[in-house]
Structure formats: C-alpha cells, structure tokens
Design a protein around this ligand. Structure first.
Ligand code: SF4
Ligand code: SF4
Ligand code: SF4
Length: 287
C-alpha cells in the first residue's frame, strides 16, 4: 500500500495524532511515500490512499487538492478542518481582505478563497475521519479498517460514551468556569455541552475530564440529514428541556462550531450558522 499525506490549511495536529498511534504508525511508516511532516519527498506520486489534512483556503491549496484526488485511489478527509471546515473554517467569519490586512499586513503570494472550505466542496471523498484531531485510537482503528477493507461507520452521539447521568434541573445561568459534578450530565448542570448532537467515537474524552464537548467530530448523521435539525437550535431546545434555561442565540453562537464552512450544515433551511457568519462579517468583532 502506498500512502500519501497532503497538508492544506491546517495546524498539522492531525498528523501529530497519527504519529501518536505509535506502533500503528510504525506498521505503515514504510508505506508512506509523501508526507511533508515526516518524509522528505518533493512530488506527490500516485497512491493507494491519500489522507488530506486541512481545509481549502487558497487557490494553491485547491490545486493541491485536485492533484491529490487525481493521484489517489482512496481519498480521506483527515480531521475536522478537511471534513467540516473545522478551526480553519472560523476564518470564514471574516472577509478575506480584512483577514489579510489584520493578520499579515501585506499582499499574500496565494489568493485567499472567500471561505475556508471542507474538501468535499471540490472533490469526491471516499472516507471521512473527523476530529480535532481524531484521537489516536480512532486513527488506528481507521487504518485497520482500510487494510482489512472494512471501515466501520460511527454514528452514535458522544453522549453514548459519556456515562454522565441526565437529571432535570432548573438553572439560573450558564456556567463556564466552576468545576462540574463528575457524574451529572453537564447540560443538566448548566454547561453548554454539544455531545448530544456530535458524532461519537472519541470515547467522550472531554466530558469524562469535566470539559463540555465542543463538537469537534461534527454532527451525527441524524443532525446532518434531517432538514429540520440544526446543530445550534437542537442544543438550545435540549438545555431548555433539561435545565429549564432559555439560552440566548448570541451565547450559543459564541460556542465554537466546527461546521461553519460545511455546506451540509450551512445550507440547511433551518441552519443558524449563516447568522453566526453574518454576525462576524457584519457585526461582532473584526469584519
Ligand atoms: S482538525 Fe484540528 S488538529 Fe487537525 S489540522 Fe485542523 S485544527 Fe489541526
Ligand atoms: S450532553 Fe454532554 S455531559 Fe451530557 S451526557 Fe451528553 S456528552 Fe455527557
Ligand atoms: S468530546 Fe466532543 S470535543 Fe471532545 S473529542 Fe469528543 S467530539 Fe471532540
């Protein structure tokens, strides 16, 4: 098997997570023919599998992506930037000329696209492995699935692996900093946890450590496919049901959404993501 890793607009964290699979990485290390972080190779050759890390932010990255698609038998959206826009997608909140002026203060060699796009906006994707980054366990399992030809889909929410107990409460305010009770659902306690609308598989590492899920694995299939389901309104309604609190949209919008640039979420009729982006582009903060 010949494996390539292509890096677009990303922090390289997904590639580091691949290294963190230790033995599993060593098993495939000899198969890697192109990977800027670990392999000294200038040209991307034809490969059986190409993992694409990062969103598409520049015209140059778009060319790299199309080249990768031509050369890959199997193309994988590796990590949430690639699969959903992820952290790179946050740049979509701001107009490109202001981003360049504020961050670089000079002309760039490569022209920015209007948004930071997930890769499936431009090419067909064979597999998605979201996560910011995907945990080493998830990556190792995915590699095993690729090698055996049986990649198992995961479509249960983070709640299924969390183990906290939902109780009905009446909270007065959203909590952010206090230490939560270790056994009770974070929503019940007044923390905004996105676990119920987020694809599991990460073993709920954040909520088990007392930190609300921020949705890095992206929405479950149900949230993606049902036209009436929106990531943000679902959480608004859930916290109202469980904790009797009417969360303001502005508070919810400040919760980082990994799907800002994802067509599948943004273009749903009920999506609130467009409003979040409009708030960034017109109202709040730098525009
Ligand atoms: S998904 Fe997260 S870890 Fe991976 S490249 Fe994007 S920001 Fe980095
Ligand atoms: S909402 Fe969050 S804290 Fe509550 S059960 Fe789901 S993942 Fe756990
Ligand atoms: S708990 Fe949520 S934010 Fe944390 S790794 Fe899992 S999906 Fe990502």
């Amino acid at each position: 098997m010949r494996v390539g890793i292509v890096k677009l607009a990303s922090c390289s964290g997904c590639q580091i997570a691949l290294l963190d699979t230790y033995e599993k990485f060593l098993e495939i290390a000899d198969s890697i023919v192109y990977a800027p972080l670990v392999k000294d190779a200038r040209e991307l050759p034809s490969c059986d599998v190409i993992l694409v890390e990062g969103a598409v932010r520049t015209e140059h990255e778009l060319k790299m992506l199309k080249d990768a698609r031509e050369k890959a038998k199997i193309l994988v959206a590796f990590g949430s930037c690639s699969a959903l826009g992820g952290i790179s997608g946050l740049g979509s909140m701001f107009k490109p000329d202001r981003l360049i002026a504020d961050v670089y203060g000079r002309e760039l060699d490569h022209k920015l696209l209007d948004f930071a796009y997930p890769i499936d906006r431009f090419v067909d994707v064979d597999y998605y492995l979201p996560g910011c980054p995907p945990t080493p366990e998830l990556i190792a399992k995915f590699i095993d699935g690729l090698v055996s030809g049986n990649v198992e889909p995961i479509d249960y929410p983070v709640c299924a692996e969390c183990g906290r107990i939902v109780v009905h409460t009446k909270i007065e305010a959203i909590k952010k900093t206090e230490l939560p009770d270790p056994k009770i659902c974070l929503l019940s306690q007044g923390y905004v946890c996105l676990g119920s609308v987020t694809r599991g598989g990460c073993k709920a590492v954040c909520t088990k450590a007392g930190v609300p899920c921020r949705g890095c694995r992206g929405p479950t299939n149900k949230v993606m496919r049902l036209p009436c389901k929106d990531y943000l309104t679902e959480i608004h309604d859930r916290i109202e049901r469980i904790a009797g609190f009417d969360l303001k949209f502005e508070d919810l919008a400040s919760i980082y959404a990994f799907t800002f640039s994802s067509d599948i979420m943004m273009n749903k009729p009920v999506s609130k993501i467009r409003e979040v982006i409009r708030m960034g582009r017109i109202g709040g903060g730098k525009t």
